[in-house]
Ligand binder design. Structure first.
Ligand code: SF4
Length: 200
């Protein structure tokens, strides 16, 4: 039976050496590549070979979990794009290093956008940070799917450090309170804003 594996690299980037190693693995196990929203997918491999392929992935390349923090997309942000209002990589790297792959009640996608043009489609992510001239706007509970909704704005004008703290609180809160298969949107509706009254 055929299956696939989705691969993730820091900042969704793959070095040449990582990419070459992945190509060798795809070839070895009879697969080919597709780009999907959570990463780089090797498709068409035998189910029996999946664990062996994962065990041979190069350093820095990991398989994407299904239920958990499985998507973190940041644009290049201020300093790399003329439109950028906020730098994005420091915040995205903090989330990646501390929380990427964390098992949660359901999938959790995060978008970090350097400005309101919103190239990473952050407003339809579970957690969104969007750069403005005053700091990051934070929106939570966005999603696509059958009933798409934009995230609810929970905070504005956050510094990078405040945004890191907000991300930490939100992810840990979702980890603690999310019921099986419950997206953060529903937890927010059920329990209210966890940042209410919190000094970031
Ligand atoms: S969201 Fe803004 S800062 Fe980021 S890449 Fe797009 S235009 Fe540039």
């Amino acid at each position: 039976m055929k299956t696939s594996v989705i691969l993730h690299g820091l900042r969704n980037e793959f070095s040449l050496d990582q990419m070459k190693a992945c190509i060798v693995l795809a070839e070895k196990y009879g697969g080919s590549f597709r780009h999907v929203v959570t990463g780089l997918q090797i498709i068409g491999i035998e189910k029996a070979d999946k664990e062996a392929l994962i065990a041979e992935l190069p350093d820095g390349v990991i398989p994407v979990v299904h239920r958990g923090l499985n998507s973190l997309i940041a644009c290049v942000g201020k300093g790399h794009c003329k439109n950028g209002q906020m730098e994005t990589w420091e915040l995205a790297d903090y989330i990646e290093k501390n929380f990427y792959g964390k098992k949660l009640a359901h999938k959790c996608k995060i978008g970090v956008s350097g400005c309101g043009r919103n190239c990473p489609d952050a407003m339809v992510k579970d957690i969104a940070f969007i750069g403005t001239s005053q700091g990051f706007l934070l929106a939570v509970g966005g999603r696509t799917g059958h009933n798409p909704v934009a995230g609810t704005i929970l905070a504005r004008n956050l510094t990078i450090e405040e945004a890191k703290k907000a991300a930490r609180i939100l992810i840990n809160w979702y980890s603690e309170h999310g019921e099986p298969r419950e997206r953060i949107h529903n937890v927010l509706v059920r329990l209210g804003n966890p940042l209410e009254g919190v000094t970031l």
